[in-house]
Write a protein that binds this ligand. Structure first.
Ligand SMILES: O=C(O)CCC(=O)C(=O)O
Ligand SMILES: [Fe+2]
Length: 517
């Protein structure tokens, strides 16, 4: 199994936005110089790009906090930095433009600008958000999302880009809904001189979506409109004849064609069914806890008598706790700073993967890094504190893992343990470590909207609270995996989500959590 990793989320972190904004200022300066040496058409193209950048810098969009506060703000920025740049790039590929192009490309690489596949990533992020949080396309496009401040609406071309991508991804119903809105908005808008999208392009993607949904009549009507708008649109007459013949039943191959158009769209990762937990609609745990219990735990440990753990019991069997105030804000800042240079697009250890044993994947869209204690003293401090709070031996624990999710970033349902009865691959349980017995998941940020951790089999939803940690046992006392610990990280709707994971292994825990013989 091998997935291509694109930016399946929209922006990964505030820090990325900050770097990109700084680089963009330099790019605009370079472009200003080039304007002077350019002929008229190139000058117009460059100025149009510069004006867009200026709009961004002069609007609240220059503030990274504002950008990550709403998927649409993020989207507009990503579009300018990816397809906006691509449009200008074509004008710079010759003569005097070339040296400038190289300089700009270098700045873009260093600051990790979104690439050409960013629009695809954004469309996939939107889809995940729409499905999980049940957002209608018209509300999404208008900037009305649950629980966050309204953003300004998307333009017709923006809606086209999202819809067209969903058409390419085979999500025809969503594609049609976005393209219908693009079409409604089209007459009311002033055109972007750098964009080559025409009304007939919207109509064409829409007719294809309807065709794939099995609505040949609608596809035909739309094709007729295309011919009215643009008689020279490629293949338009042939398409009209084909659809006409399909509807009349006069083509021999109509039966095959009809089958083809109703084939199911490709299956993809979708957590829509369980979205109710992500939406926080049902948070009564099945663990039959009449009252949540809160206690101050000291484990009779002098370290904790001075600083007792505020422990909240969320669920029993599997045992899930919230530990409150486990890390100081100053430690969080330090940790994020240290982690920033190490973060990589998330990889999952998977059986049957390539030689490295790791594949880049769509099931987890986040950036992550394992941080060794040697990197910074704050890491050792946190590790030590986790050991004291959980009363577990940290000797065999894995290094602290930091992960950051941007808007749309998520982690689909999974188990943290390796000894899965349904998966015979146990190579990650090194005998000297054992399996991942317990997980401590520290929330390093509040999340503006979305981003809960849910346990769908036991109806538990945990909303991130900066400085708190979720702590649970993945294994039964006999060492087998507890299948009820299935959990997921819900897609982030607004803001950034940072977490730190500590996976505590079995070996060395005989004293405090002996297994049953
Ligand atoms: O992001 C979350 O809430 C869950 C993360 C998680 O389960 C993991 O990293 O293993
Ligand atoms: Fe997990």
């Amino acid at each position: 199994m091998h997935f291509h990793y694109g930016a399946m989320e929209i922006f990964t972190a505030l820090e990325d936005v900050q770097n990109i904004m700084n680089a963009e200022r330099k790019i605009v300066d370079i472009l200003r110089m080039l304007v002077l040496q350019s002929d008229k058409p190139r000058r117009a193209a460059i100025n149009s790009y510069i004006n867009k950048s200026k709009d961004i810098f002069e609007s609240p969009d220059a503030d990274p906090e504002h950008i990550v506060s709403h998927p649409l703000n993020s989207f507009r920025l990503v579009k300018h930095f990816s397809s906006g740049w691509e449009n200008l790039r074509k004008h710079l590929e010759h003569d005097a433009g070339q040296a400038t192009l190289i300089k700009i490309e270098k700045l873009r690489r260093q600051a990790r600008f979104p690439e050409t596949d960013a629009i695809a990533g954004a469309a996939q992020g939107f889809l995940r958000l729409q499905r999980t949080y049940r957002i209608r396309t018209e509300d999404f496009a208008a900037g009305n999302l649950p629980g966050i401040t309204k953003a300004s609406a998307l333009s017709a071309v923006d809606c086209y880009l999202v819809g067209h991508q969903q058409l390419l991804d085979g999500i025809y119903d969503y594609a049609a809904s976005w393209l219908e809105i693009a079409l409604q908005k089209w007459p009311k808008e002033k055109r972007d001189p750098l964009s080559s999208i025409q009304k007939s392009d919207i109509l064409n993607s829409l007719q294809l979506s309807y065709y794939h949904l099995g609505n040949v009549w609608m596809a035909l009507e739309l094709c007729k409109t295309i011919r009215e708008v643009d008689p020279f649109y490629p293949n338009i007459t042939a398409k009209i004849l084909t659809y006409q013949a399909l509807l009349d039943g006069t083509t021999k191959w109509s039966v095959n064609a009809m089958k083809l158009q109703t084939r199911p769209p490709p299956v993809r990762v979708d957590n829509g069914l369980r979205g109710f937990l992500c939406r926080g609609e049902d948070t009564s745990p099945s663990g039959a806890l009449p009252h949540l219990r809160c206690l101050y735990e000291t484990h009779k440990n002098p370290y904790l008598i001075l600083q007792p753990v505020k422990l909240e019991v969320v669920h029993v069997s599997p045992d899930i706790f919230i530990l409150h105030d486990v890390i100081l804000d100053s430690q969080i800042e330090r940790l994020k700073k240290v982690a920033a240079t190490h973060l990589q697009p998330a990889t999952l250890v998977q059986s049957g993967s390539d030689k490295s044993g790791v594949v880049e994947t769509m099931t987890r869209t986040a950036k992550s890094a394992f941080l060794d204690e040697k990197i910074d003293s704050v890491i050792a401090k946190i590790n030590h504190h986790i050991g004291q709070m959980t009363n577990l031996d940290m000797e065999q624990a894995e290094a602290l893992q930091i992960a950051s999710y941007g808007i749309g970033g998520h982690y689909t349902t999974h188990y943290d343990f390796f000894r899965n009865p349904t998966d015979p691959d146990t190579k990650h349980i090194q005998p000297h470590l054992g399996d991942r017995m317990a997980t401590v998941l520290i929330y390093l940020t509040d999340v503006q909207a979305g981003g809960a951790t849910t346990f769908p089999l036991i109806n538990v939803t945990l909303f991130p609270q900066k400085g708190s940690a979720a702590f649970w046992f993945n294994l039964h006392r006999d060492g087998t995996g507890d299948l009820k610990t299935l959990h997921e990280g819900c897609p982030v709707l607004a803001g950034n989500k940072w977490i730190a994971n500590k996976w505590i292994r079995e070996v060395g825990q005989w004293r405090t959590r002996p297994c049953l013989s």
